[in-house]
Design a protein around this ligand. Structure first.
Ligand SMILES: Cc1cc2nc3c(=O)[nH]c(=O)nc-3n(C[C@H](O)[C@H](O)[C@H](O)COP(=O)(O)OP(=O)(O)OC[C@H]3O[C@@H](n4cnc5c(N)ncnc54)[C@H](O)[C@@H]3O)c2cc1C
Length: 484
């Protein structure tokens, strides 16, 4: 094991987390990152004197994997939590509080739903039909819009569920898989005829006051990859940036990677490989030796988006926002799909620069790539107009930034769970190969770390078998198809 060489392709959080575990476990690890910097969708830079994330900004604290990683890096005492998680939804032209009792937008408290005024009177009247309707048939999978629309009416989909899912996937409810994007609700709905009853049951079963929902780091979540890479280096691992992996081929023993520009290619041999890149490059790398996985990966679509971050003087707001932000349903016909008042959500930012309010505006939904096809100044103008309309901000920002995430968010469309099972089954037949990252079982940071842990375990078991003298094929047959 100690002399085994493992190559990890991709230095996003999944690749780095896998590399760290493998290096700490005694393998010789090389991480290859195609871009000039590590971190993938995690990146932070200063705006208005504040470290504000350009990509992911909050990791779920109700799952252990992200917090465990920070703890293993000896940084638990640095974790910061939101000052408020109260967020709003822009519906029928006004900001409304999210109704109490909802789970990812699926309502369970009809009185709270009515009080929120998110739905029109007709939309509201349609929801309780769910309690009396016959069971909604569904096969192996169904779209979010088809199932929830059939139970509760289209307005619940358009004005609650899609915007909440949009905060994660920037996707469309007609395409997104109920099983993959709302797994807990989908499971509960299998045991209840009524969706309202299913969600009520989930809420009753949930542990009360289980601590903060989200966490970040004082200098931004974009610091996390840097901390992990320091730890990899300390464990003897190597990280190379600006090294694009162009080909991955199986050899009689181990794997050969072709790297760098076509005119000056370099090869690197490895006993085992973790492919931790988005679906399209993963598909290209697996095309020759794992074609069944490559075909399925090629069918995972991605949404593009941009984050416009604006820093205002606090005095630019006639009234300081009190909530963490708001979501905008696409039926409102506005281009900004979500707004986060970073300086309100994260008190440590406010404490650092009390006179500055940093705001992140997300633009771009799946299928609306044209909204991004214009210059940065135009995108900033869209964001400023949005804030003027909803918050009455009249001044220009003191600082601004546009970050584009082309193909940033995988779409877990109908059939995704089965597709991932087929990918994993094909990969499992290859000795010393594992895949990890946002394309598979969850795109949040803890889910990516979970996939990294599973990949590292699979590789470690394979290397142990190798050093015991077996060819590792036994492990290859194990069910990587099981979801981590
Ligand atoms: C704008 C935005 C906001 C988000 N907000 C949150 C949030 O608040 N909370 C949360 O939990 N999640 C959030 N997410 C999701 C989460 O950040 C991502 O799903 C996660 O970081 C993906 O990690 P990854 O390691 O799978 O992939 P990536 O971060 O995509 O990393 C893959 C890496 O592989 C490299 N690569 C690709 N091809 C090759 C190749 N051929 N050779 C070598 N290297 C290659 C890429 O350059 C990249 O660095 C957000 C995502 C986006 C885009």
């Amino acid at each position: 094991m100690s002399s085994s060489h493992v190559v990890v392709v991709g230095a996003g959080i999944a690749g780095l987390a896998a590399a760290r575990l493998l290096a700490r476990g005694g393998a010789r690890v090389t991480v290859l990152e195609g871009s000039p910097r590590i971190g993938g969708k995690l990146r932070v830079s200063e705006i208005g004197g504040l470290p504000v994330d350009e990509g992911a900004e909050a990791m779920l604290a109700r799952r252990p994997e992200g917090l465990d990683l920070v703890r293993d890096l000896g940084r638990s005492d640095e974790l910061r939590h939101p000052g408020t998680t109260s967020s709003a939804i822009l519906s029928h032209g006004a900001l409304r509080r999210l109704p109490a009792g909802q789970v990812m937008g699926v309502p369970s408290d009809l009185r709270a739903l009515a009080a929120s005024q998110v739905l029109s009177p007709a939309g509201l009247a349609r929801v309780p039909l769910d309690l009396v309707l016959r069971e909604t048939p569904r096969g192996a999978d169904v779209s979010v819009a088809d199932f929830i629309g059939a139970r509760m009416g289209r307005e619940v989909v358009d004005r609650l569920v899609e915007p909440l899912l949009g905060g994660v996937y920037a996707g469309r409810a007609e395409e997104l898989s109920f099983e993959a994007t709302l797994p807990a609700v989908a499971a509960a709905a299998r045991t209840h005829r009524s969706l309202i009853s299913a969600v009520r049951g989930m809420r009753e079963a949930a542990p009360a006051a289980a601590g903060p929902v989200f966490a970040t780091l004082p200098d931004g979540l974009g610091r996390l990859p840097l901390l992990v890479s320091d730890d990899i280096a300390e464990a003897g691992g190597t990280i190379r940036t600006s090294v694009m992996v162009r080909e991955l081929r199986r050899r009689s023993e181990g794997w050969r990677l072709t790297l760098g520009p076509a005119r000056a290619p370099e090869t690197l041999d490895a006993d085992a490989v973790v492919v931790a890149v988005p679906a399209a490059p993963a598909s290209r790398l697996l095309a020759e030796d794992v074609p069944a996985a490559a075909r399925e990966l090629a069918r995972i679509d991605y949404a593009s988006m941009a984050i416009v971050t604006l820093a205002y003087r606090a005095s630019a707001f006639p009234r300081l926002p009190r909530g963490s932000g708001y979501l905008v349903p696409s039926v409102e016909g506005r281009e900004v799909k979500a707004v986060t008042f970073s300086s309100v959500k994260w008190p440590h930012l406010r404490d650092r620069e009390p006179g500055v309010i940093a705001v992140r505006c997300s633009i771009g939904r799946y299928g609306e790539e044209h909204t991004l096809q214009r210059g940065d100044d135009e995108l900033k103008a869209v964001a400023m107009t949005e804030l003027a309309a909803t918050c009455g901000v009249s001044e220009l920002p003191v600082d601004s930034r546009v970050t584009r995430w082309g193909g940033g968010l995988p779409q877990y469309n109908v059939g995704h769970v089965d597709r991932v099972a087929r990918i994993r089954a094909a990969v499992a037949k290859q000795p010393g190969l594992a895949v990890a990252g946002a394309a598979y079982d969850g795109l949040g940071i803890p889910a990516c770390i979970a996939s990294a842990r599973a990949a590292a375990t699979r590789v470690q078991e394979y290397l142990e078998e190798l050093s015991d003298g077996s060819d590792g094929h036994g492990q290859g047959e194990q069910a990587q198809g099981a979801r981590p």
